[in-house]
Design a protein around this ligand. Structure first.
Ligand SMILES: *Cc1c(COP(=O)(O)O)cnc(C)c1O
Length: 238
């Protein structure tokens, strides 16, 4: 595909994604800026991120550390990029994540949070953290179990180089809007509970909603929706 064709089709799908979010917020009777778009670019080339940046997008989500670092290096000339790490995070990757990202959405145990806290460079602002919750108790899923969330959040909130912002979940796919809404509502309720359990910590972020369940997520109060496929097209790699 030529650069120009790529640019036109990306401009079109990006505009459609922005419109979809705008419409979802309107249908949910929420303010037009109540939720922001996080563009998920795993497996997509740096050139696409550059084009999305030219269209005005600033928040980008990546899942794979090495791939993300390579793209960040290629895009070092762009101003105002905000990088979100949204993939599974092992201990041996925390240093690079602490050094090269603004947000981590996938913290689900204290050890990882402690390492990010220790490894966050002093000259950078605190690292924004969402705790990933296994909201439907899925056996295979990453995320802290709902019954263990409060204890983890209390500990993470004390770490000075982290800023606990809220919760993230990746619910199992569901067919109907009602079925999609159920786990998303549970995540919203978990955040509301935490807000009263930790009144000193300003928790303002519900990271939920992907290409298949954006409307359900916006209805349930998402503040950051993570869209990949619907902006950048299908991914080759799983
Ligand atoms: C890949 C991914 C997304 C984007 O999913 P799409 O269905 O392509 O919109 C969102 N969140 C996480 C954590 C992801 O890994």
């Amino acid at each position: 595909m030529s650069d120009i064709a790529l640019n036109e089709s990306l401009a079109h799908s990006y505009e459609q994604a922005c419109e979809r979010l705008r419409q979802a917020l309107e249908d949910a009777e929420r303010a037009p800026n109540a939720a922001a778009l996080l563009a998920v670019t795993k497996t997509k080339p740096a050139a696409m991120i550059r084009q999305a940046w030219q269209l005005g997008q600033r928040e980008f989500g990546e899942n794979y550390l090495q791939e993300a670092l390579e793209k960040q290096a290629e895009l070092a000339d762009l101003e105002g990029l905000v990088w979100h790490f949204i993939g599974p995070l092992q201990s041996n990757k925390t240093r690079a994540v602490a050094e090269h990202f603004d947000w981590v959405h996938s913290v689900d145990r204290l050890k990882i949070a402690q390492r990010l806290n220790e490894q966050r460079p002093a000259h950078l602002a605190p690292l924004n953290i969402c705790l990933q919750v296994n909201i439907s108790h899925e056996d295979s899923k990453a995320g802290v179990l709902p019954e263990e969330l409060e204890a983890l959040a209390r500990d993470v909130a004390t770490l000075p180089n982290l800023r606990l912002r809220g919760l993230m979940a990746i619910p199992a796919p569901a067919e109907t809007l009602a079925a999609q809404r159920q786990p998303l509502a549970a995540l919203r309720e978990a955040l509301t509970a935490l807000q009263s359990q930790l009144p000193e910590t300003p928790l303002d972020t519900l990271s939920m909603g992907m290409s298949d369940d954006l409307e359900a997520a916006v209805l349930e109060g998402a503040t950051l929706v993570r869209l990949g496929t619907s902006i950048f097209g299908a991914r080759q790699r799983a």
